[in-house]
Design a protein around this ligand. Structure first.
Ligand code: NCD
Length: 308
């Protein structure tokens, strides 16, 4: 359906039909990998993985996905070992690497950086997180996980709990959840509320949004709770981080107040916002979510290169 050449930049660029196609493609890759197939869809292609910020899951699941689709990977996992350390601009780096590869996956601390990169690159840019901006591939794997956990997604209630101000994953997922017809509850400390720019846009699209600091009441109504850590590295003033840290913790006690069958998601890494005693809770899906990321990223690579 014409994904070839598409940049993946944000949480509002796809139609529901396209979301469906991405999910179905991921499911096909999951099946093929689990059946032990050696996949060669992207044989002959090279993908760059450029990470100017720390990452475990996004980088490694993309690099695993690159290898498992039959492509080869060139990787920059530490900006200090590249010409960025000599003062090269991001756009000069992108123009250079664009000449070596067929797709560029990138993470960068500057909001809007991936969209900027896309203006100079001939090949597709996949945004693996742009500062406090967007993180669409995470949001897509979140949807894939929600579908797998509950059998469908749509007409449900999703609580977003945590640092909604700085968390790029919730910025992307918020749009997708509205688009798929879910009710949104934003639960956060006052200082970490979802930016008005985003709630305004969501409301203009007709979103049903409740903003609250009452986590118990939110969980009692929710089919999903999506927890995020306080994004320490995004605070301008460390004292403000100290005031917010530890202000919400999901533990077994709190889950007694939750709707039965609630699914708990977290993009990870976690700090202390989900107690480890929750890990064996039936609805605790965050490690399954991390595993799903590889199949979803195989699908994105296959689709943007027209090889899926
Ligand atoms: C998230 C990120 O980098 O935005 N992690 C991830 O990609 N799984 C969430 C976070 O860092 O808190």
């Amino acid at each position: 359906m014409g994904f070839k050449g598409t940049d993946i930049l944000n949480g509002y660029q796809f139609t529901n039909q396209q979301l469906n196609e991405i999910m179905n493609t991921a499911a096909r890759y999951e099946k093929r990998v689990k059946e032990g197939e050696v996949i060669r869809d992207m044989e002959g292609m090279v993908v760059a993985s450029l990470f100017f910020e720390p990452s475990t899951r996004t980088r490694l699941s993309f690099e695993a996905a690159i290898n498992r689709t039959g492509a080869k990977c060139i990787s920059m996992a530490d900006a200090n070992s590249s010409s960025t350390a000599k003062g090269e601009t991001l756009l000069d780096t992108i123009k250079t690497v664009d000449g070596y590869v067929d797709v560029i996956v990138m993470r960068h601390p500057q909001k809007g950086s991936a969209a900027q990169a896309a203006t100079v690159a001939v090949h597709p840019i996949i945004n693996g997180g742009d500062g406090a901006g967007q993180h669409p591939t995470q949001a897509l794997l979140d949807i894939y996980t929600m579908r797998k956990e509950k059998g469908h997604i749509g007409g449900q209630t999703v609580t977003f709990l945590g640092d909604l101000k700085h968390g790029r994953t919730v910025h992307s997922l918020g749009y997708f959840m509205q688009q798929l017809g879910n009710k949104l509850i934003f639960a956060s400390p006052e200082a970490l509320r979802m930016p008005e720019e985003i709630t305004g846009e969501l409301r203009a699209k007709g979103a049903d949004i409740t903003e609250t600091d009452d986590v118990r009441e939110a969980l009692a109504k929710s089919d999903f709770v999506y927890v995020t850590r306080v994004q320490r590295e995004r605070f301008e003033n460390p004292a403000d981080y100290e005031k917010c840290k530890g202000s919400y913790i999901v533990n077994k006690e709190l889950l007694k107040a939750a709707k039965p069958g609630i699914t708990i998601l977290h993009p990870l890494p976690r700090v202390d916002e989900i107690a480890t005693d929750v890990d064996d809770y039936e609805g605790a899906a965050y490690f399954r979510q991390a595993h799903n990321g590889m199949y979803l990223r195989m699908a994105l690579l296959g689709l943007v290169t027209g090889r899926a």
